[in-house]
Design a protein around this ligand. Structure first.
Ligand SMILES: Cc1cc2nc3c(=O)[nH]c(=O)nc-3n(C[C@H](O)[C@H](O)[C@H](O)COP(=O)(O)O)c2cc1C
Length: 306
């Protein structure tokens, strides 16, 4: 028996539930093309693109803590107009859905970006959750009213599937997600990185040039599981689980908590030639066979019924 691993996610038909998380591959369209050729990858989210080009922060911008990464890249990207040209070229070369991540700082920027990028994307992921950029990301995404207005403005200009990526750095993540759902998002991606910092004890100063960064990887996995579980309890909208997925067990945990699909980020850095996607897909497949489930859909949110 081969369990059905195909997923229908907010109107996107995915050949696999595994999605490349935003940012880890940078904005290189060459890498996006390469990862899309892996049959275990269902979709790719681009690096977040902003209204204006951004250089990013000075080094050091990332540190491997062993149990996860701490990064403050500063959302380096060429800005939405330049990136549009790159994405237009890429779009014809890849066979899986391309989810374009946008990081507007207000409703007007959101409207302009979505209008311009609509033809080169299969879906949008609204990143209102980056923990280390001024006037962007979390500064916007921790206020339910700003989330509501930016989401509504994005929704107005695209009929493509619209995801919002939420932050764990808020008191009530359900309140933020609910505002986005009421304003028309089709799915929620949970979670972005956690605001954190590290100090170099020899230099006696913060490790990152930006002082604060976002923690990702193994350390945040239980937080992602908790948030996916809470969102599934409270809202009737598909959830994409993201945070510390390194193997099939991490993925299954998020699916049992309520995720319909899974994003993999930091773990890609440890994987040779994106093999991690094949390993996770095989592990999920074997788990379904062993448990006697014919489709991955049958186990979404199952931990709530026990
Ligand atoms: C180096 C790096 C860059 C990232 N850039 C982005 C980004 O541009 N946009 C975004 O929404 N998330 C970004 N993220 C967050 C990831 O997409 C993901 O939400 C987070 O790392 C948790 O997943 P993980 O533990 O599998 O890495 C970045 C993460 C890392 C490690």
């Amino acid at each position: 028996m081969h369990p059905d691993m195909k997923v229908e996610l907010a109107g996107l038909a995915l050949r696999s539930p595994l999605i490349v998380a935003s940012g880890v591959l940078g904005s290189s369209t060459g890498l996006i093309k390469r990862v899309s050729e892996n049959n275990s990858v269902g979709a790719v989210v681009t690096k977040t693109v902003t209204y204006n080009p951004r250089n990013g922060y000075e080094n050091p911008t990332a540190v491997d803590l062993g149990f996860g990464f701490l990064n403050a890249m500063g959302l380096p990207n060429p800005g939405y107009l330049d990136y549009k040209n790159e994405l237009a070229e890429l779009r014809d070369k890849i066979e899986i859905p391309l989810i374009v991540s946008i990081g507007p700082s207000n409703s007007e920027e959101a409207a302009e970006m979505v209008k311009a990028l609509n033809d080169v994307s299969d879906a949008f992921e609204l990143n209102l959750s980056c923990p280390h950029t001024e006037k962007l990301g979390l500064e916007v995404g921790s206020d339910p009213e700003k989330v509501r207005s930016i989401t509504a403005s994005t929704r107005k200009y695209t009929s493509k599937p619209l995801f919002i990526k939420v932050s764990p750095n808020v008191t009530d993540v359900v309140e933020i997600a609910r505002a986005a759902v009421e304003a028309g998002v089709d799915a929620i991606t949970a979670i972005n990185t956690l605001k954190s910092m590290a100090i170099d004890v020899n230099a006696m100063k913060p490790v990152l040039s930006n002082t604060y960064g976002g923690l990702s990887g193994r350390a945040i996995h239980p937080i992602a599981v908790r948030i996916v579980y809470e969102l599934y309890e409270a809202l009737e909208v598909p959830i994409v689980g993201c945070g510390g997925v390194y193997d099939w067990k991490d993925a299954i945990e998020l699916i049992l908590a309520g995720a319909s699909a899974i994003q993999v980020g930091s773990a890609i850095a440890y994987s040779n030639d994106f093999k991690i996607f094949n390993d996770i897909e095989k592990g999920v497949n074997d788990y379904l066979v062993n448990k006697g489930f014919g489709s991955i859909k049958n186990i979404i949110g199952l931990a709530h019924k026990c």
